[in-house]
Design a protein around this ligand. Sequence first.
Ligand code: GAR
Length: 210
Amino acid sequence: RKRIAVLISGTGSNMVALAKACEAADFPAEIVAVFSDKPDAVGLEKAKALGIATAAFARKDYSSKAEHEAAILAALDAVKPDLVCLAGYMRLLSGDFIRPYQGRILNIHPSLLPLFPGLHTHQRALDAGMKIAGCTVHFVTEGMDEGPVIAQAVVPILPNDTAEDLAARTLTVEHRTYPLTLKLVAEGQVAMGSDGRIVQTGSATNAHDT
Ligand code: GAR
């Protein structure tokens, strides 16, 4: 089973969805640690309740972004993860952080990338008059919410939706899509090539197909 470290900043519902998937005997991954940049992240308590090792790294305890990232990187290296899943981790990772885990860091973003990267993604989709929205799981590269897309899932945007309505609807498909995508990557069916493009060895082209 592949060793997974999860980075969170908040509620951790995607982390819990990954952890639940990992409970299945035939799932090809296990979560070995959950790290947060927010010591009070609710998700840390959820991870502890699931018996997963946790640690928090408050940005204010470090004098620079580089030192903050170095501390998290050292903790990651100590648990020797095969893959790192960002699950509501709300900081942009530097190239120095990503390089040692090149092609091994996944992120979930609650929009159909490359549309609406960054913050306030749901309100921006509504403001643009979109009739569909969704989530994207991608390999992490240096840009914000960039990097090759592994899988996406779609939800409808309904009349009179608020950003909160859309966020909640999107989150329900995130909880299905992230575990399915992790499975594809953990099994080696999908990888990021040295040219930064998706290399696909399996037949699935969409998490819905798995
Ligand atoms: C999720 O919707 C996730 O896609 C989003 O934050 C939420 C975290 O919820 N991530 C981003 O916006 C990253 N750019 P969770 O903590 O309950 O998983």
